[in-house]
Write a protein that binds this ligand. Structure first.
Ligand code: SAM
Length: 280
């Protein structure tokens, strides 16, 4: 009998609770800051209009919706612990599923593309889930996983940011997240018999007057960081001031994206529409 992994923890309790008041803002700020990087990676895959896709930890849905446009003759299953930020009416080929992915299973060989972003770092048994997801791929299917890699807080050139990021990273770790696991992704995909393994990184940006991703992240965590005495109200006020300074720019984190392909057993039939779309 296989042992069931412990239930997902980070998102049911603590600073990343789905009930946090600014969760929607946080999800949207993530989408704004990395969707272009993600869709560039997905666009480089040989996506066919008939593909069956699985979006793990779909959040506010931007990548699931993008895939419904790319695969109008196929389908996209968007799964999340909490589906309140997903719009089931967005596309007819979209299926929304509320489930804990650590306890979910799919028929082996079902999906042409499985994508996840900023999910595995929060999960218990993350290596095992990569192995299970590889098994859900159809022959020739692709697994694309994108995860954060925190740069050491102490190397920030800004003492205030050193303090805030030290507190933030420590609290994420206490919450069960591994924000350096992303480095193991390419090897993990290869060990799970995926081929054509490749990877890329996107350096994050804090400040520089960007439509900031980090303000929602830090402010969502702030009540916990303050309650634990890890930062002060003055730190938070100074952080907000610093974000208004065009000369303030830091690199707190990068995103490592890695992908690999299940070898094809037999060539998958290509539909006429796929061919037309491919040559358009
Ligand atoms: C940081 S958000 C990222 C959302 C989206 N992937 C993105 O990058 O825009 C992580 C998402 O994973 C979901 N999640 C966390 N643990 C999960 C689990 N065990 N099963 C399914 N979804 C989970 C959360 O509810 C949340 O929507």
């Amino acid at each position: 009998m296989t042992q069931q992994p412990a239930p997902a923890r980070s998102y049911s309790t603590g600073i990343l609770s789905n009930d946090a008041p600014h969760e929607r803002d946080r999800l949207e700020s993530i989408q704004r800051s990395v969707d272009t990087f993600t869709t560039n990676i997905l666009d480089a895959l040989p996506i066919q209009t008939s593909w069956s896709c699985l979006e793990l930890g779909a959040g506010a849905g931007s990548i699931a919706y993008w895939l419904t446009d790319r695969c109008p003759d196929g389908r996209v299953v968007a799964v999340d612990l909490d589906t309140r930020h997903l719009d089931a009416g967005r596309a007819t080929n979209l299926q929304i599923q509320e489930a804990d992915i650590t306890r979910e299973d799919y028929t082996p060989g079902t999906f042409d593309l499985i994508h996840a972003r900023y999910l595995f770092c929060h999960l218990p048994g993350r290596d095992e889930l990569v192995a299970r997801a590889a098994g859900w791929l159809s022959p020739g299917g692709w697994l694309v996983i994108e995860e954060p890699y925190d740069l050491p807080a102490a190397t920030s050139p800004y003492p205030l940011i050193q303090r805030i990021l030290t507190a933030y990273q420590h609290t994420y770790r206490q919450n069960g997240a591994d924000m350096t696991w992303a480095r193991s992704l390419p090897g993990l995909l290869a060990r799970n018999a995926l081929t054509e393994v490749a990877y890329a990184a996107n350096l994050g940006r804090m400040g520089g007057l960007e439509k900031d991703r980090w303000r929602p992240l830090i402010h969502q965590a702030a009540p916990t960081l303050l309650a634990r005495g890890l930062i002060t109200d003055t730190d938070l006020t100074e952080f907000d001031e610093l974000l208004k300074d065009p000369a303030f720019i830091d690199i707190p984190q990068m995103t490592i994206s890695a992908w690999g392909r299940r070898p094809s057993d037999t060539p998958k039939p290509v539909t006429l529409r796929d061919n037309l779309a491919h040559h358009a």
